[in-house]
Write a protein that binds this ligand. Sequence first.
Ligand code: 5GP
Ligand code: MN
Length: 335
Amino acid sequence: MNKDFISALRLRLQSPQKAVIIPHKNPDGDALGSTLAWMHFLNLEKHEAVVVSPNDYPKFLNWLPGQDQILIHNEEEELVQRKIDEATLIFTLDFNALVRIDKLGELVSMAQADIVMIDHHEAPENFAALMYSDTHMSSTCEMIYHLITALNPNAITPEIASCLYTGIMTDTGSFRYPSTTATTHKAIANLIENGADGTSIHQKIYDSSSFNRLKLLGIALSNLNRIENLPIVFITLSQQELNSCDYQKGDTEGFVNYGLSLEGVKFSTIMIENQKEGKIKMSFRSKGSFSVNEFARTYFQGGGHINAAGGMSTDSMSKTVEQFKNATTEISSKF
Ligand code: 5GP
Ligand code: MN
């Protein structure tokens, strides 16, 4: 961790602060785990901290300690505006560009408060007064772990430990991805010693599917397609298919990874229609050196990490599939 960052932050935290902490839109385990852990820490250190999410979050995260205090921007706009106006510090966690927080981005860019960014995505934008960016980190939760232990080694409560364990676990695919290091495991060991229950967290996240979610997974797998002569597969889910299984936020989480479980496959994509927003949301995952971050940036207005990224298209599903196939032809020499 950058010494200048930590000393600048330490200095700011010497006086009581009013902090707003923001995860990216459609927050995942890492985004919510890191923001909530940081909220707990700041509150314990006698600051006044609140988490503001751009929109709602999936049911499999609605047990995280402190989640009941989260303000949802698109449901409570006035209250959120007031919190931003009153804030002395705004922390942006687990995202690299203000477009990732939708309309909340305008409020943040106009706010008086200084912005502190903590994130592990590639190519961070330059919108923060203070920045802790490390693209080698497994997760923003691992960064928050290092930050908290640097500021106060005795501050990890069971609540903080559970939040941080969750984000490290989900962003590493349960400690499988190459971003998982010995340091990650040491952090996890310390979190367990401080009250995180790994078995129970795994069950809450991964063994909490509804019947409909598994039916939807069945449809997704039957829609699995292969790109001829390339180690690439993709899945589509139309709005109609989602409706037929009473789709709930978070239900498609993890589906894209099934593509990568095929022997030899190095790049897997899922395209999910969202009729209300008039777009197809895309998730990209890869194994090895093929950068889906670059692919998402080049072809689908997105970004992320080397092996996990997202993007979108405002065209129809059939056109999006066509564009995807054309894009795979252009990058075929990389395999
Ligand atoms: P997911 O496919 O799970 O939505 O996202 C995978 C990774 O890519 C996450 O780290 C997420 O933050 C990032 N990501 C997803 N969608 C976008 C996007 O539209 N733009 C950018 N820059 N990153 C994204
Ligand atoms: Mn993350």
